[in-house]
Design a protein around this ligand. Structure first.
Ligand SMILES: [Zn+2]
Ligand SMILES: [Zn+2]
Length: 206
């Protein structure tokens, strides 16, 4: 199947490794955020993104907005929902974009085939059918209007500062060096979350 892929989506799919429906949803969400918030203002003031899933869409968000997990401008709350907050760092103003229910993405035939492909080795006929279904979804997502696929509302939140913590401490139980932000104080000791979880597990088993 042939269709024209916008240059920014091409960039995202080069980074991601393939072109798939989730990637296109992420791409369309960025495009809509840019339309509402204004590209110039986004670049000038800086934005932080909160994404409520950890699908292929995240790679589109990272390539297109420059907000990444590594630079702490992208936060993931993995509820498995295509919902995205694009927030100005300084003012906390922004937009929340949610993917609507859409019939062509929740077909029983597609879900059943996907489940089968995940569980068993697939045969070439099934693989070809699956790829055709994916291409069809990509095409539909690219040609739909924003209103067809998203609901959105402007929001005002407390300014979201990217947290930059680089200081390291030594865990007083295992001795590993660990980021200051990822330690807990318990019984007079500063310890890492790994040890903290073990301690909690031991307390629960007693
Ligand atoms: Zn993908
Ligand atoms: Zn530790």
């Amino acid at each position: 199947m042939f269709f024209i892929v916008p240059i920014n989506l091409k960039r995202a799919s080069d980074f991601h490794g393939h072109l798939c429906p989730d990637l296109v949803i992420g791409y369309r969400a960025c495009e809509l955020a840019e339309k509402i918030l204004g590209r110039e203002r986004m670049e000038k003031e800086g934005i932080v993104v909160v994404a409520y899933n950890s699908t292929s869409a995240i790679d589109a968000i990272q390539t297109l907005t420059g907000c990444t997990i590594g630079n702490r401008a992208l936060q993931i709350i993995d509820w498995g929902k295509h919902r995205y907050l694009f927030i100005f760092e300084t003012t906390g103003e922004g937009v929340e974009i949610s993917f609507r229910n859409h019939d062509f993405l929740s077909s029983e035939e597609y879900n059943a085939l996907e489940e089968k492909m995940n569980r068993y080795p697939s045969n070439p006929k099934e693989s070809a059918l699956y790829q055709r279904m994916i291409d069809e979804r990509v095409k539909q997502l690219l040609s739909a209007t924003n209103e067809d696929i998203f609901t959105y509302r402007e929001v005002k939140m407390n300014p979201v500062k990217r947290e930059v913590v680089t200081g390291l401490l030594r865990c007083e139980i295992c001795g590993d060096m660990v980021l200051r932000s990822n330690t807990a104080r318990t019984r007079g000791k500063t310890i890492c979350y790994e040890c903290f979880n073990k301690e909690v597990g031991m307390m629960e088993n007693n």
